[in-house]
Ligand binder design. Structure first.
Ligand code: FAD
Length: 426
């Protein structure tokens, strides 16, 4: 039964039973079966089977410490599928951005906050895929993140530098032995107060993005201090504020010296924003699956509420918008996977075009997820707002996606710059 949180039951037994993870997966699969290639549909089903067993085995009620689940999920190869990780001896199949989409949808239906925590470990792993240079410490860190043995975070935002991330105040100073000393502060790092490993950006000259460096940091080192921030909409996800006091970074952990950091930061941004798109689409489907099951069962005035136009029509519209965005997302995923298959790397020109595409999809999907999660909860009324189902988690988490990975205003700004560039090409 779905009444997860051990609080007062508001929804009747019959409907709670029908809202099971198994039934919500079935609803999703019936929507996607005709549009997915068998390889991806089979992987989606395989991931779902894992979470169905996991839910049963641990008798999950979604109040648990989600970080404790991550090693077991890692053993199953379900932390990330952006790569096959052959260099780590893993050989994941299928892999790529479409496979990652499937992994995220299956995970989100199980627990939306888990997706946020696990997803940020992936953001810490991604720079290591590109910049490990076969150095043992980096490969070990990558393996630990990908297999869930360790938790990662990404340190870009600072207390005084949010949207203006390039003009950092956190400094790094090189020692004679090639190590660096970092001083400064970061804020709002997802996983920050749980992280074992971090990707950290700092500049050798304050406010000068051209002097930015990229580091891998072990959070157990002296000089790393972290406080937990409370984000009430995602109460089970740790978010941190970190202070660095003469934090020494050994040479093996310097992924990009001053001068390379800015390029490395931007090369990861498209993938990060696309990752947020996948999460947004997953959340919208999760909310629609709840609302559809509920509206088909809940009766008022002796009729299922879906049959009233006031309920059925807005639900149908949210369904149509979610499917439309799913098709667009699958299309871009397919293009990326094909390019990666052909050349092993995204061509620079395509990566540039991706800047506008990632911003367009990120801003639209964040708005859609927020509207659909709220819209579905609203149609479910009391049942959507109480904590008997994951709708309360979806309501909270869908409200933060316009801020993380660059605010909607910044996406609009990037897109307006794109329109200017296109005009100049005439
Ligand atoms: C839950 C959560 C998780 C996060 N996770 C991470 C993480 O893992 N790692 C990390 O480094 N950061 C993370 N962040 C930080 C996030 O990326 C920043 O919050 C975001 O970039 C905005 O910065 P800010 O909050 O300082 O707002 P500010 O930059 O101060 O912006 C305030 C307002 O001004 C607007 N604004 C600013 N500049 C412009 C402009 N030029 N044009 C128009 N409008 C503008 C913004 O859109 C916003 O509305 C997270 C944030 C949250 C809330």
């Amino acid at each position: 039964m779905e009444n997860k949180k051990g609080t007062v039951q508001c929804i009747n037994d019959e409907i709670l039973e029908k809202l099971s993870l198994k039934n919500r997966y079935k609803f999703l699969n019936n929507n996607l079966t005709s549009i997915l290639k068998p390889k991806y549909f089979n992987f989606l089903r395989e991931s779902q089977r894992f979470y169905l067993k996991f839910e049963k085995k641990h008798n999950i009620n979604h109040t648990e410490d989600l970080y404790e689940w991550i090693p077991e999920i890692g053993k199953q190869g379900l932390i990330t599928r952006v790569n096959n990780f052959e260099e780590l001896g893993l050989s994941y199949e299928p892999y790529g951005i479409t496979a990652e989409f499937m992994r995220i949808i299956a995970t989100d239906f199980f627990d939306p906050q888990l997706v946020m925590g696990m997803g940020t470990s992936v953001l810490a792993a991604n720079p290591l895929i590109l910049h490990h240079e076969n150095i043992e410490e980096r490969l070990q860190a990558l393996k630990d993140l990908v297999t869930g043995e360790k938790i990662g975070c990404l340190c870009i935002t600072e207390p005084e530098r949010g949207s203006d991330a390039v003009h950092m105040l956190t400094t790094c100073k090189e020692n004679e032995d090639g190590s660096y000393i970092v001083n400064g502060q970061k804020i709002y790092q997802t996983n920050g107060s749980k992280a074992d490993l971090a990707i950290l950006y700092a500049v050798s000259e304050q406010n000068n993005g051209n002097t930015m460096a990229q580091f891998l940091v072990d959070a157990s080192w002296e000089g790393w201090n972290v406080e937990r921030i409370n984000i009430p909409w995602t109460p089970r996800v740790h978010v941190g504020k970190e202070t660095f006091t003469n934090l020494r970074i050994p040479p093996e952990y310097v992924l990009g010296k001053p001068g390379l950091g800015r390029e490395y930061l931007f090369e990861g941004l498209n993938l990060e924003r696309l990752g947020v798109v996948l999460v947004n689409v997953a959340e919208a489907w999760n909310a629609i699956s709840h609302a559809t099951i509920f509206a088909n069962m809940r009766k008022q005035f002796d009729k299922e509420i879906l049959k009233y136009q006031g309920v059925g029509f807005p639900l149908a519209e949210m369904w149509a918008k979610t499917m439309t965005l799913t098709l667009a997302t699958l299309h871009i995923c397919q293009i990326i996977d094909e390019k990666m298959e052909q050349t092993g790397i995204l061509p620079k020109s395509f990566n540039l075009a991706m800047f506008a595409l990632a911003s367009q999809l990120k801003s639209q999907s964040a708005k859609l997820s927020e509207r659909v999660c709220y819209g579905c909860a609203n149609l479910m009324a009391g049942a959507g707002l109480c904590d008997n189902t994951l709708m309360s988690d979806l309501l909270g988490i869908s409200r933060i996606h316009q801020v993380g990975a660059g605010t909607s205003q910044m996406q609009d700004y990037i897109m307006s710059l794109g329109l200017r560039q296109l005009f100049k090409m005439l």
